[in-house]
Design a binder for this molecule. Structure first.
Ligand code: NAP
Length: 308
């Protein structure tokens, strides 16, 4: 049976990818940070069956490599697909929950719409208060770039590097660790899928947006260099809010997309061999009905100005 290695497995997107893999009759090797995260994963996926977990730090250079080394050594089961589900929202969620505890009225009242999504600008404007809580200072320095009152030119280099490391570098490390293994295995149906987000295009969310720009380019490079190989690379571009199903209950959450619904997209990517070197776009629930994709590189097979 085929298996998907899911990196960032315990988040909203990771859980969605696991649901998709299981529904498409594949097993999962889920990279998790710790035991608590594993329990969270099982709870949100709704089963343990078909899931092997392995602890590693996906944001370190050696994290995913150590998993691949153990697979090569036969200590972990082999995989034919990779889903890089991204990281970075945990600190946002942490702060949001903290802020909801502190200011429930403000959180409930101050909502506005922004494109197809809703943000609580009330939350953003209260972040200064959260910053004062020393245990959250580090997270604040990352998430603070979401605050419209905290422009990019005020972000310190340490925070910039931390966000780039978690969001962009870790995807590169996962790519570098797993692609040689998939090429060696030579399975003709291998895939590599990476989630990216709308912030990188809209120019909101400071360093997060900058890091997504790096991922867009990583996807372009990967589409080109894997084109003639056995690995079908795709970018899952998501410009809509996806959360664990349990977070989508009730009218107030009706604007969110359930992880189990977004799973249809990865199921379709796995099933359709035509989807190769593509950006698969989801901007609204309508995009779940029919896979919306286009080639990352329109002129992949014609010579470019670099002769490649
Ligand atoms: N959800 C969306 O609607 C959406 C939309 C567009 C783009 N995206 C992108 O998709 C990616 C994942 O989003 P998400 O909503 O799934 O995020 P999430 O629910 O917050 O999950 C983040 C994942 O990354 C892990 N993680 C966070 N910080 C880490 C760190 N410092 N070191 C190691 N692991 C860390 C978390 O592990 P733990 O469980 O152990 O904390 C979790 O597995 C992000 O890059 C986000 O920008 C998401």
């Amino acid at each position: 049976m085929e298996r998907v290695l899911v990196v960032g497995a315990t988040g909203n997107i990771g859980v969605s990818a696991i649901i998709a893999a299981l529904r498409s009759k594949r097993e999962v090797l889920a990279l998790v940070r710790n035991q608590a995260a594993t329990e969270k994963l099982y709870r949100h996926v709704g089963t343990k069956t078909g899931i092997t977990t392995v602890e590693a730090d996906a944001t370190s250079e050696e994290g995913v490599q150590s998993v691949v080394d153990r697979v090569r050594a036969g200590k972990l089961p082999s995989f034919q697909h990779v889903y890089e589900a991204g990281k970075n929202e945990t600190s946002w969620n942490l702060l949001r929950e903290k802020e909801k505890e502190r200011q429930p009225d403000i959180w409930a009242r101050k909502k506005c719409t922004h494109g197809s999504k809703r943000f609580s600008w009330g939350f953003a404007s209260r972040l200064d208060g959260v910053r004062k809580q020393s245990s959250l200072t580090k997270e604040m320095s990352i998430v603070g770039v979401w605050n419209p009152k905290n422009p990019l030119y005020t972000v310190d280099l340490t925070s910039y590097r931390e966000t780039m490391k978690i969001n962009a570098e870790s995807a590169f490390s996962a790519y570098r660790a797993t692609i040689p293994y998939l090429l060696e295995q030579g399975n003709p149906h291998s895939t590599w899928t990476m989630v990216t987000g709308g912030a990188g295009r809209s120019g909101v969310a400071g360093v997060t947006a900058v890091s997504q720009g790096a991922l867009f380019s990583l996807a372009a490079v990967a589409s080109r260099e894997l084109d003639k190989t056995n690995v079908r690379f795709n970018e899952a571009y998501l410009d809509y809010r996806v959360e664990y199903d349990a977070n989508c209950d009730g009218e107030a959450n009706a604007w969110k997309m359930k992880a189990s619904d977004y799973a249809k997209v990865y199921e379709a990517i796995l099933a359709d061999e035509q989807v190769k070197g593509c950006r698969v776009t989801v901007e609204s629930p309508k995009d779940l009905e029919k896979l919306r994709y286009q080639k990352k590189l329109a002129q992949l097979n014609t010579a470019n100005s670099w002769g490649q």
